[in-house]
Design a protein. Structure first.
Length: 394
């Protein structure tokens, strides 16, 4: 074969490889678009909501059935059911299919190991091997965080957050929240009343308390795959580093302790990749983000190897991303209760409203642990609730 023929063959092989590569990329792009545009059905999100709120429903399909009927179909726990009434309730087989999809396919709200093992045996070893060997990318977690207390005279430095454990629900919730905002803004304009441009804790006016509560109620309506985390350190106890450096550590501890909580409670399983976002308008520069990113990647690698990876750490506009506003309200509520516990104005009332709805629990750590990059092995979480924890370093 002449050199010119060899060159032509090489070019054709290169073109063929390039075409296949481009087709793969186009296929991935189509798949992503489909995932983001096709909404889950109501049954799926409702089952996820029950699994999120009731740990016992993750282990028992019968418990899931009763909790689902109670939450969405008017059943009263403990009451008897006639055969005629039973026809009006969602069938167990439908609930079980949704539960299996959520737990097995997405790795969310997992059952205890002994229950999960029994279910695998029932499903058949061959089918389980096929699922286990199926290649897939790490599922994504979306974390939106905000900070408070860095520049003021508050006692505590705080980073609060909202977590989305499923990519599609992450997109759907923000879509629903934006639709709600547009609808209520239009209604407010008709009634010639002022509607917040954005929902930020520090900007809340006294006459806006009710609309802020309605906003948070809407968040809770979509909370089937949402959880909330916060970490705080008493600034007077920080001796060997600047507040800026402490913020870096808090962002790591938020992710680290949050993952420990999610895995221990069975809300998700590893491996996962985290998309970490914060308010782009909080004054953080690119150097701040880059240093935080490096710290997170180093510690994730050290503690979790390939089981937990940082997919992204970026600043996001709160105007565009409603989840940034949600993180702002969570952070503001925690800050208010820690830094002004005796207050009783409209902001204090809103903070009480948020924290009461979430049944918040506080876990205390030694302040020296804030720089500890090791995995926390013995954190005890309340068994009766797992939607919101505040970790205090003091």
């Amino acid at each position: 074969m002449s050199s010119s023929e060899q060159e032509k063959q090489s070019e054709e092989e290169f073109d063929s490889l390039e075409i296949r590569r481009r087709r793969r990329e186009e296929g991935k792009e189509r798949l992503l678009k489909n995932m983001l545009s096709n909404r889950y059905d109501a049954l799926y999100t409702r089952v996820a909501s029950v699994l999120n709120k009731h740990k016992e429903a993750r282990n028992s399909d019968q418990e899931l059935q009763f909790r689902y009927w109670e939450a969405f179909e008017g059943y009263r726990m403990g009451s008897s059911i006639t055969p005629e009434q039973l026809k009006n309730y969602t069938r167990l087989t439908s609930l079980t299919r949704s539960r299996a999809k959520i737990q097995n396919e997405f790795g969310l709200f997992r059952a205890e190991a002994v229950v999960e093992g029994h279910r695998k045996d029932l499903a058949g070893e061959q089918r389980q091997r096929a699922v286990a060997t199926k290649p897939q990318d790490n599922p994504l977690i979306f974390v939106y965080a905000d900070e408070s207390g860095k520049t003021g005279g508050e006692q505590y430095l705080i980073v609060g957050s909202v977590w989305f454990n499923d990519m599609q629900r992450h997109t759907e919730v923000q879509h629903d929240m934006r639709a709600w905002l547009a609808e209520n803004k239009e209604e407010a304009e008709k009634n010639k009343t002022r509607f917040p441009k954005e929902f930020h804790f520090t900007e809340m006016k006294k006459n806006q308390l009710d609309i802020y509560k309605l906003f948070f109620d809407k968040v809770m309506e979509n909370a089937d795959m949402i959880s909330f985390k916060a970490v705080a350190v008493k600034k007077s106890e920080i001796e060997y580093k600047s507040l800026e450096q402490s913020v870096y550590s808090l962002y790591y501890q938020l992710a680290h302790l949050g993952i420990e909580h999610e895995v221990q409670s069975g809300r998700l399983s590893l491996p996962r990749s985290i998309c970490y976002y914060k308010d782009a308008d909080d004054g953080s520069d690119k150097l701040h983000l880059e240093e935080t990113k490096q710290l997170l990647r180093e510690r994730f690698k050290s503690n979790y190897e390939e089981e937990l990876q940082l997919e992204a750490l970026n600043g996001m506009s709160s105007k565009t991303f409603v989840a940034v506003q949600i993180a702002d309200l969570i952070t503001g509520a925690v800050s208010r209760k820690l830094n002004s516990p005796e207050g009783n104005n409209h902001k204090d009332q809103f903070a009480d409203y948020v924290l009461d709805k979430l049944n918040v629990d506080y876990i205390k750590h030694e302040v020296s642990e804030i720089d500890n990059g090791k995995k926390a092995a013995n954190i005890e979480f309340k068994k009766e609730q797992d939607m919101f924890y505040v970790h205090l370093f003091e």
